[in-house]
Unconditional design. Sequence first.
Length: 76
Amino acid sequence: MQELKSLSHTAGVQVVETVIQTLISPNSLSYIGKGKLEEVNEYCHENDVQTLIFNDNLSPSQAKNIAKITNCKAID
């Protein structure tokens, strides 16, 4: 996570929060679980977050679903 944070800073992105979720396998619809996605969505709206960065590969449909729910750009 520290490497991703450093890369984000190098790209000019201000990292405001780090969220970690441990799952046996990624959720096929949104990569993270439903409850964690709701938590992230709430945080995004309360803190004017515009971009979510994931430390793993997202499928195009996962990125699209996350963006649709959170109104944030989801990148991996």
